[in-house]
Design a protein around this ligand. Structure first.
Ligand SMILES: [Zn+2]
Length: 326
């Protein structure tokens, strides 16, 4: 009897120790991405460098929490994701912002082969170290072949324009905030294979503003052309930006216009969105481009003009476009 009691006590002690061990190993919480596409960033800021794009259902190790961000580990990456897009099981350690700064500093130190700190904005006529950094980055992308002299002349302006065209930015030749962020914010390897995100149209009708130039990539042919959003509220009414762009559009449709929907990727402001277009010029035309009217670009949940309904063919194409990368 005495021995049984002793054994029971021993078992209870063992169980307690086991539970304590479990608790300490379970400190690193697990998170699951609960949005279609989530950006993993280098530091806890929306302007921070993009390390990787995560898909819905991807699992992360959640290391700590700071403000609206989780510090996470995913494969070879350690970075930050927005809390609201991650479902977490387990307890996450809260970090003070000062600790977070230290973490960011460490990461900066370990970055090798990076272009370094992004320069400030600059424009034609400017001189100095910001212009030098800009020229170096453009040279690294094969867009600038002149001297790294820190003088923002014709060659630098042309290279900035080329970069802006390539990335679907407005082509003003000025290295403004968006251009600098696009040029320095993404590693070159990722920028060449950007995954699209879904643009929920009715809550984001201004994400691509009227008058904006976008680059459209046809998923099936891989052909690209520039287009301008002129109007549209149910969806985005768009025109080819020039005669050459209109010619590419027609080529995509095999030489004859049709209402057939095609999956496309729309690149704007350094981001890529899954979309669908039809191939029939109709209605208003504002650009002299040999294209008699505009064509329609649909995003997630957008509606047609005529029926004011969500068009299943367009939505299927948007879904298909999600499977492609830029
Ligand atoms: Zn339309």
């Amino acid at each position: 009897m005495q021995q049984t009691k002793h054994l029971r006590r021993l078992a209870a002690v063992c169980l307690a120790m086991f539970l304590m061990l479990m608790a300490s190993t379970a400190l690193a919480a697990e998170g699951t991405v609960n949005t279609k596409s989530l950006v993993l960033r280098k530091s806890a800021s929306k302007n921070s460098k993009v390390l990787h794009t995560l898909d819905k259902g991807d699992r992360l190790e959640v290391l700590s929490s700071t403000g609206d961000w989780y510090r996470v580990s995913y494969g070879k990456y350690t970075g930050y994701v927005m809390k609201k897009y991650v479902k977490v099981s387990g307890k996450v350690e809260e970090k003070e912002s000062s600790t977070n700064n230290t973490a960011t500093k460490e990461e900066n130190n370990t970055t090798v082969g990076d272009l370094g700190d992004a320069p400030g904005t600059s424009r034609p006529g400017d001189r100095g170290s910001d212009v030098k950094k800009l020229q170096q980055a453009l040279k690294a992308k094969g867009l600038y072949s002149g001297k790294i002299d820190g003088i923002y002349g014709k060659g630098t302006t042309a290279a900035v324009r080329d970069f802006q065209r390539k990335y679907g930015l407005s082509r003003d030749g000025i290295a403004g905030k968006v251009t600098i962020r696009t040029l320095f914010g993404e590693p070159a390897a990722d920028a060449d294979a950007l995954k699209p995100q879904s643009l929920k149209w009715f809550s984001n009708t201004g994400t691509i503003p009227r008058g904006a130039t976008v680059t459209i990539k046809d998923c099936y042919t891989g052909k690209t052309f520039n287009a301008v959003r002129w109007s549209g509220s149910n969806h985005m009414d768009t025109e080819p930006a020039s005669k050459a762009d209109a010619a590419t559009f027609k080529e995509i449709y095999g030489g004859s216009y049709s209402w057939k929907r095609r999956p496309i990727l729309v690149k704007y402001d350094g981001k890529v969105y899954a979309a669908s277009m039809n191939g029939m010029p109709h209605g208003t035309s504002t650009i002299s481009n040999g294209f008699d009217g505009h064509f329609c670009v649909h995003f997630t949940g957008s509606k047609t003009h005529e029926t004011d309904k969500v068009d299943a063919d367009h939505q299927n194409c948007v879904e298909t476009a999600m499977k492609y990368s830029w």
